[in-house]
Write a protein that binds this ligand. Sequence first.
Ligand SMILES: Cc1cc2nc3c(=O)[nH]c(=O)nc-3n(C[C@H](O)[C@H](O)[C@H](O)COP(=O)(O)OP(=O)(O)OC[C@H]3O[C@@H](n4cnc5c(N)ncnc54)[C@H](O)[C@@H]3O)c2cc1C
Length: 541
Amino acid sequence: MVESNAQFDFIVVGSGAAALTAALTASVAGLKTAIIEKTDKVGGTSAMSGAAAWLPANHHGKAAGYDDTPEEALEYLRATAPQGWRETEDTLWESFARNAGPMLAFVEAHTPLRFALTSEPDVYAEMPGAKARGRMVAPMPLSRRLLGPYARRLRVSTLPQIFTYQETTDNDLYRKPIRTVLKLAPRLLRRFVGNERAKGAALTIGLLRSCLDHGCHLALETRAVELVRDAADGAVTGIVVERDSRREVLGAARGVLLATGGFEWDRERLQQHFPGPVDRLGSSPGNAGDALRMAEAAGAALAHMDQALIYPCLPTRYDGRLHALPAPIHMEPNAIVVDRHGQRFVSEYAVDLGEAIDRRDPQTGEPLHLPAWLISDRTFLRPVLRWYAHYDPDWLVRAPTVAALAERIGVPAAALTVTVDRFNGFCAAGRDADFHRGESIFQKAKAKGRPVLAPIHHAPYLAMPFNRCILSTKGGLRTNAQAQVLRADGSVITGLYCAGAAMANPIGTRAISAGTTIGPNMTWGYICAQDVLRANRPPAG
Ligand SMILES: Cc1cc2nc3c(=O)[nH]c(=O)nc-3n(C[C@H](O)[C@H](O)[C@H](O)COP(=O)(O)OP(=O)(O)OC[C@H]3O[C@@H](n4cnc5c(N)ncnc54)[C@H](O)[C@@H]3O)c2cc1C
């Protein structure tokens, strides 16, 4: 535990992927580093995640023969960004593109973590700078025993982490759970006996083990509440933490990193920036925007507050309450997504569906399509659906006809009937003439040769709310390309850094690849620590 009024070189607030990567980088270089986590569990949303990481120009891609360069990654980032973002984000994209590969090499060199490529292409595979493969990696399993007494403090996930991310996607685990378990039985048994876990659990185990080995101090159930600033120049020189209802000051001679995740569990701020219905949250319940409050008090600027990782989810329970379990329920051949007018507005196989669902009226900022619904019929995901519906009896709406279904969910019956008939017509013709479902390189890859169109015509008809499930907000503290926190006038708050979901994410809601949070989050932790190491400030006494 951190001693009272202790002095460190570097303090990271949070224990997710961004925080641990920063702590690892600083501690390997010999900095006296503290990791401060407010919950009684380590790992944050990162530990719960699939840990699929988008890291362009990495050594695994190169070894597998997929040529890639930071320049091509930058070209892709520029080509796929929302209009107007280049002006503010270009230097950050460049910094990320340059550091992603070195970060991964550094992590593998200094931890027991080993990554492997996934089979996914970039989402906008037709755009300049895109790659068909080689940019997405996910960790191989590690034993929880590596964490010793901290093993029971590892944050558990809503996902089955005995499978790797690659096994989950390549075997279509979600649709074929029994077949996948039978196929992988020997290795799953070995993992079970060895207490091994993959995905975000492996990521956290590997990073934390090495942080501890390099002397990092880990303080759980310790909440950062305030920044300590130098009276003369306003530089951040430490933090005030709250533990067991007591406050302590911890000094940080070289810098403080705020890596407290998103602000989604701050209901008020969430409603302010995401007006309209939000179905559920999927992240670690400690993520309540503490970094934003602390840094705003020090004059920090916020940006991209309306951006988030939005993904379709099933209902589940976590920490005793209803929670979001991300699942590709939209990618079923006999399912469509309709808006409040009963009309389709996007290809259901688009991975950046979240952006379409959250599209706003430019005048009012209100969502254009919500409430939205996933519409299907009796044959939709049968065993899976029944299991998850039991968590929330209000979630699944059934009706004997499409018109009756429309009435139950409050959308115009005539419009929904026309939409379903039109979609069924596309199924007969073999082509979605409205939204070209399954036609892009990425959507084809996701369909894996399965049909993408099947008619909705078996009563009873089904509807499920399809509003925003937020896995992590992506708005937060405005930083420069070194992860230093900026004031509104662009000046640097000396000694203060931000990385991960707490920063104004330079990629935003648009899913330009799967894994565009974990990979960049780790990279921004690495970038921050590199800057701390470069900064010429005296070490802790
Ligand atoms: C089920 C699920 C699967 C996902 N899968 C993927 C995936 O495969 N790929 C991908 O790119 N993204 C994925 N995501 C999103 C991704 O996990 C998050 O965006 C990412 O983990 C955020 O990382 P972070 O380091 O910024 O914050 P977190 O990992 O959330 O860590 C923040 C930590 O800070 C702590 N904290 C907060 N306030 C304080 C305070 N005042 N003092 C001390 N500690 C504090 C929190 O308790 C928390 O532990 C997934 C999300 C979910 C929910």
